[in-house]
Ligand binder design. Structure first.
Ligand SMILES: CC(C)(COP(=O)(O)OP(=O)(O)OC[C@H]1O[C@@H](n2cnc3c(N)ncnc32)[C@H](O)[C@@H]1OP(=O)(O)O)[C@@H](O)C(=O)NCCC(=O)NCCS
Length: 216
């Protein structure tokens, strides 16, 4: 995959693309930059630097697909797709991480969209996310794509049902845009307003003319 999207954030412009086999160090350095709370949300536990180093290397060795958001060649966000052969129950697993200073600017959404496309291309129907049930950011991100994360008490696993996400991937909902039905209704209302405006002005003109004629 060459660059698939360009995103502007407060800290600059970046691109989204799949990392190549010899770029595992870029993922490693990104994960090492995550502060403890983010590491906890990402891996659902306290994680050491040593673990992160071997995790990045292992992910690439095992054939994970890593879609990254890069600014000036530095990975600032990543979406990982780990194949079903890597999990005990045969379900592919996904994970997301965006560095704190560029969060809530659409990077996670852009990564999610690309990852779902990749997963659909591979024919996966369900994906698993492991995180805490209190992770509001991840829940909001998944919801945005029609993916429901369900967490049973004490469990840290959510499932993304791709059949529910498909429509949104092929046609993502634009931010803060009214639904089409609302747009159409609004346009009809404006047309009506314009038409009645003309009619009223016409009759007002007639009335005004006849009054002026009457005062002569
Ligand atoms: C989850 C994460 C990847 C989201 O990345 P992001 O770049 O901030 O995501 P976006 O900016 O695209 O936001 C997506 C949606 O979630 C919402 N959102 C983001 N953070 C939120 C939060 N803390 N609380 C509530 N909603 C939140 C946004 O408002 C946005 O919704 P909108 O488009 O309708 O406004 C990021 O918070 C992160 O890296 N967290 C730490 C690691 C982690 O928890 N990974 C998930 C487990 S694998």
């Amino acid at each position: 995959m060459s660059d698939v999207a360009t995103i502007r954030s407060t800290s600059g412009t970046g691109v989204i693309r799949v990392l190549k086999a010899d770029e595992q160090h870029l993922l490693r350095d990104h994960l090492l930059r995550l502060e403890p709370e983010s590491r906890h949300d990402r891996f659902n536990g306290g994680i050491s630097e040593e673990f992160l180093r071997s995790y990045a290397a292992r992910s690439f060795e095992n054939g994970a697909i890593v879609i990254a958001y890069l600014q000036d060649g530095v990975v600032r966000g990543a979406a990982e797709l780990h194949g079903p052969e890597q999990s005990l129950d045969g379900e592919p697993e996904i994970a997301f991480s965006v560095e704190t200073r560029i969060r809530r600017q659409g990077v996670g959404s852009a990564l999610f969209e690309q990852l779902l496309e990749e997963a659909q291309r591979k024919g996966y129907t369900r994906l698993r996310i492991t995180t805490g049930g209190q992770n509001e950011a991840m829940k909001a991100l998944a919801n945005k794509f029609g993916a429901h994360l369900s967490f049973r008490r004490g469990e840290a696993t959510g499932t993304v049902d791709l059949s529910r996400s498909a429509a949104l991937v092929t046609k993502p909902a634009p931010r803060a845009t009214a639904p089409l039905s609302v747009v159409m209704a609004r346009d009809v209302m404006r047309a009506n307003q314009a038409m009645w405006g003309h009619v009223l002005r016409f009759y007002a003109g007639l009335l005004d003319g006849s009054q002026r004629m009457g005062t002569r």
